[in-house]
Design a protein around this ligand. Structure first.
Ligand SMILES: Cc1cc2nc3c(=O)[nH]c(=O)nc-3n(C[C@H](O)[C@H](O)[C@H](O)COP(=O)(O)O)c2cc1C
Length: 273
């Protein structure tokens, strides 16, 4: 994939800066779907310096970039909406995946954590990403519990270890790998998509954690945990009523091990029929 980034400085003294910027943004972003190989295009007009505008785009290849440069729809937008209002242009093209693709490709599970507690704001960001995941019929049935109470954490750790039985070879007895943050995703049983919703919550949280430089690992057995008497205690402490299903825990913190290599992509898992 090719990344094509441009920063423009707008001309001084433009009468209606807001509509000039809106024109540039709408014009360029509207090219997606018209220009072959233009995958994504975003124009930022709200920078701290009001006279600066930035375009960030992804194209399928260097060939696609050449086609984009001379495509009539692009040339029309450039001539009508961009060039008359800009005085300087800096451009950077480079080979590289989108940040999201890199994130998805690089993310791995970590099983060794430092004791350092990540800032609350970081954990909040992780949870926010989880809770913004789609949910069936937008019922928002998944809930994230951050377990800070030391006594409850130990009870969960012990119950999880008990359900797990002997750890897999080479793994410690602590199923949470001594991670300093313990999140628990549960889903309301009143919604038939609860577990799916909660799984997406988990997935988003793992990706966001990686983006923020945090290490994470899905720790299972939340279902059995919630079904045990400990489950009632957790729900009561969280002030939740009704029936809830455990989806997964997220062990979160700073890695105390190098980032493992990405898994190779197994194209055989993508079947067109
Ligand atoms: C549903 C689910 C349950 C998992 N449960 C555990 C677990 O209990 N303990 C653990 O160490 N890893 C657990 N994992 C992490 C997987 O082992 C890990 O995602 C998988 O080996 C792929 O490795 P990666 O995450 O580094 O790409 C779980 C992952 C998923 C999706």
């Amino acid at each position: 994939m090719l990344r094509h980034v441009i920063i423009w400085k707008l001309k001084d003294g433009l009468a209606d800066l807001a509509s000039v910027k809106a024109g540039i943004k709408e014009g360029l972003e509207g090219l997606v779907g018209q220009v072959p190989g233009l995958l994504r295009i975003k124009v930022y007009v709200e920078g701290a310096d009001p006279s600066m505008v930035m375009l960030d785009s992804y194209l399928a290849s260097a060939e696609a970039l050449k086609g984009y440069a001379t495509h009539p729809a692009h040339v029309a937008v450039a001539n009508a909406k961009v060039r008359p209002y800009t005085q300087a242009r800096h451009c950077l093209d480079f080979e590289g995946d989108s940040e999201f693709s890199e994130l998805v490709w690089e993310r791995r599970s970590f099983r060794k954590f430092k004791a350092d507690l990540p800032a609350k704001e970081l954990v909040d960001e992780v949870v926010r990403a989880g809770l913004l995941a789609p949910t069936g019929r937008n019922k928002q049935s998944s809930v994230v519990l951050r377990i800070d109470d030391p006594e409850l954490r130990e009870e969960i750790r012990a119950k999880n270890a008990e359900i797990m039985g002997a750890p897999p070879p080479g793994r410690p007895a602590d199923p949470f790998y001594a991670a300093p943050v313990m999140l628990l995703v549960i889903a309301n049983k009143a919604n038939n998509t609860g577990v799916y919703d909660g799984s997406l919550t988990m997935g988003n949280m793992m990706l966001k954690a990686h983006e923020l430089g945090l290490a994470a690992c899905w720790i299972h057995r939340a279902k059995e945990e919630l079904e045990s008497p400990l489950g009632q205690k957790i729900l009561a402490k969280a002030g939740l009523e009704g029936e809830w299903e455990g989806v997964g825990h997220l062990a979160l913190g700073y890695a105390d091990m190098p980032l493992p290599e990405p898994h190779p992509y197994n194209a055989a898992r993508y079947i067109t029929i």
